[in-house]
Design a protein around this ligand. Structure first.
Ligand code: F6P
Length: 328
């Protein structure tokens, strides 16, 4: 590793996700391993603008691998959207002698990083940290696996009461405008129907499917709805619509909300975070910049940030077909 980099800043930004702490830990300890100073930057870009830093050594990140959330906090910074704000951030980084950045966040974080690099030429590497799994260039984003398990566990609990009362439940899950959580957790939880933005199945088809489930002897059903779904009605309107068209159903709604963002990270996310943190630091020390670390076919990969922010993660159509078959 030949590089002039002596001090690396690390930050977490955007919606937090389980595994971010494990990634911070890996970045801090990779720096220590390579005799590089590491500065933790609090509250994402806002902390960068305000000079809210703390030097972090290997002991600073003890016992956080198993903690959800992020010890560096996160924020969405309006100031960083301004040239003045980015200039202040740059001046603060220079004053702190920080030579490069590891940005842990989603596509909004990476877009800000790209603009920052274009304006100041500041070296940076991104680590995809979001439960949505909606970032191009990686099979998994940090926190996605943990969120799936959180959702499946919650739906299993809902299934208990749905079957006890012969009810139909609409369960809304996160994912912003992607259906990965809904599709994968829906299959894992045995949902009868899964509504995702990538596949607008329409209300009529939903009603037909629920009627068929009833005819096939199902006395309770679970419909998982991605929050970004485009069926044209929110989960509460869907409840009203189904009660009107299928009066034999006793319908309830459960919006899982921000519990999907918390919790102790799964082993998968901890291992992924550790691998990504090491890869990010060593990529900077190899002189690389403007890449996002990812995992593709179980191997660490680097995707140009421009592609990561412009690309779209694709829904798994084979899994959609599996879902239709196993929910018969
Ligand atoms: O991007 C992660 C995410 O949890 C999305 O799934 C969700 O739509 C959004 O963040 C919620 O944003 P906030 O935390 O600002 O409510």
């Amino acid at each position: 590793m030949s590089s002039s980099i002596q001090k690396i800043g690390v930050m977490t930004s955007g919606g937090d996700s389980p595994g971010m702490n494990a990634a911070v830990r890996a970045v801090v300890r990779s720096c220590a391993f390579h005799n590089i100073i590491c500065a933790g930057i609090y509250r994402g870009y806002q902390g960068m603008i305000e000079g809210d830093y703390e030097i972090m050594g290997p002991r600073s990140v003890n016992n956080i691998i198993n903690k959800g959330g992020t010890i560096l906090m996160s924020a969405r910074s309006k100031d960083f959207r301004t040239e003045e704000g980015r200039k202040r951030a740059y001046e603060n980084l220079r004053k702190e002698n920080i030579d490069a950045l590891v940005l842990i966040g989603g596509d909004g974080t990476f877009t800000g990083g790209l603009i920052f690099n274009q304006e100041f030429g500041f070296p940076l590497i991104g680590i995809p940290g979001t439960i949505d799994n909606d970032i191009y260039g990686t099979n998994y984003t940090l926190g996605y696996d943990t969120a799936l398990n959180t959702v499946v566990e919650a739906i299993d609990k809902i299934r208990d009461t749905a079957s006890s009362h012969s009810r139909l439940f609409f369960v809304e899950v996160m994912g912003r405008d992607a259906g990965h959580i809904a599709l994968n957790a829906g299959v894992g939880a045995g949902a009868e129907e899964i509504l995702i933005p990538e596949e607008d199945l329409g209300l009529e088809r939903l009603v037909e499917s629920l009627e068929r489930s009833r005819r096939n002897g199902k006395t309770s059903s679970i419909v998982v709805v991605a929050e970004g779904d485009k069926i044209g009605k929110n989960v509460f309107e869907l409840k009203d619509y189904v009660e009107e068209h299928l009066p034999f159903y006793d319908v309830r709604v459960s919006v899982l909300g921000h519990i999907q963002r918390g919790g102790t990270p799964s082993c998968f996310d901890r291992v992924l975070a550790s691998r990504m943190g090491v890869k990010a630091v060593e990529s900077l020390l190899e002189g690389k910049t403007n890449y996002m670390v990812g995992i593709r076919d179980a191997k660490m990969s680097l995707t140009p940030l421009e592609e990561a922010v412009k690309g779209r993660s694709k829904i798994n159509h084979e899994l959609l077909r599996v879902s239709n078959i196993v929910s018969i």
